[in-house]
Write a protein that binds this ligand. Structure first.
Ligand code: ATP
Ligand code: MG
Length: 255
């Protein structure tokens, strides 16, 4: 099962990615969580301690690895480099594990320098494709709002493409934009998870405004989720309400 999570800034992508990863690891699934957001904080949503997180360097910053695998130094634009670099061994070498969740940090895709045609991106894309194709696990990707780094060639392997929204028109607008992009990338199904839900009318607002989307479920607004971020714990360990909702969402993901 391959799950990609996107949505407007601050809606709760990382909260969903991190807590779903923990939930599934608790259910004895093999779980690989991938942080593909340049502003990376998925590891802390999983609850990994600071010392463990600090050990992890983003793949995009591993200059020697990029040079070794693509044949040219990062920062080289144009010219010849290996487009299909070897990546199979990277997940085992450059991941950490916490409470049964294996975790990887991709780092930032290059956007400058002539349309991202550079060795850094070649390695990251090959790696992401490999993680989404070959890994026999539940793979959860925490993304930024854009879909650029998924692109053609990787998206085909995502089973559930989830857009997180909160009860607010701005996040719906972003969801519609993402859906358009998704259509261009030939992604058939995009699903909604509504987050920060306080009332039944919050759910209805989402159902009504996004009536052309399929809804996987809702996560409650819970002050314990905010609190968990303040003390560096996973919301998964602090909110029982959240666990119940994740159960429902997982059931619908599999349906
Ligand atoms: N259900 C919830 N109840 C209460 N607070 C929440 C809930 N979900 C998320 N939050 C809080 O909202 C903030 C944003 O959440 P999160 O980091 O998961 O969003 P994001 O979409 O990943 O953000 P970004 O776009 O910055 O990556 C955090 O402070 C988080 O604790
Ligand atoms: Mg995030």
């Amino acid at each position: 099962m391959k799950i990609a999570i996107t949505g407007k800034g601050g809606v709760g992508k990382t909260t969903l990615a991190g807590t779903l990863a923990r939930y599934l690891a608790d259910k004895n699934y093999k779980v690989l969580a991938i942080d593909a957001d340049p502003d990376a904080n998925l590891a802390s949503a999983i609850g990994a301690p600071k010392e463990l997180i600090e050990r992890l360097k983003p793949i995009s910053e591993m200059k020697d690895l990029i040079t070794e695998r693509t044949g040219v130094k990062p920062g080289t634009y144009g010219g010849m480099f290996i487009l299909n670099p070897k990546v199979e061994d990277i997940p085992e070498k450059f991941s950490i594990e916490y409470k049964g969740v294996k975790f990887m940090l991709l780092g930032t895709f290059q956007t400058a320098g002539g349309g991202c045609f550079c060795p850094e991106n070649a390695l990251l894309k090959a790696l992401l494709r490999h993680l989404l194709v070959a890994r026999n696990e539940v793979v959860i990707v925490d993304m930024e709002a854009g879909l650029e780094h998924l692109g053609r060639g990787t998206t085909g392997y995502v089973n559930k493409f989830i857009i997180v929204v909160e009860p607010g028109l701005r996040s719906f607008q972003t969801a519609r934009q993402i859906k358009e992009l998704a259509n261009e990338l030939l992604i058939k199904d995009v699903w909604i998870v509504g987050n920060k839900i306080q009332t039944e009318s919050d759910k209805n607002l989402i159902r009504n405004e996004l009536s052309d989307f399929k809804i996987l479920g809702f996560l409650p607004y819970d002050p314990m989720i905010v609190e968990s971020d303040k003390i560096g714990k996973s919301p998964y360990d602090m909110s029982d309400l959240l666990k119940l909702s994740l159960e429902e969402i997982w059931k619908n993901i599999q349906a």
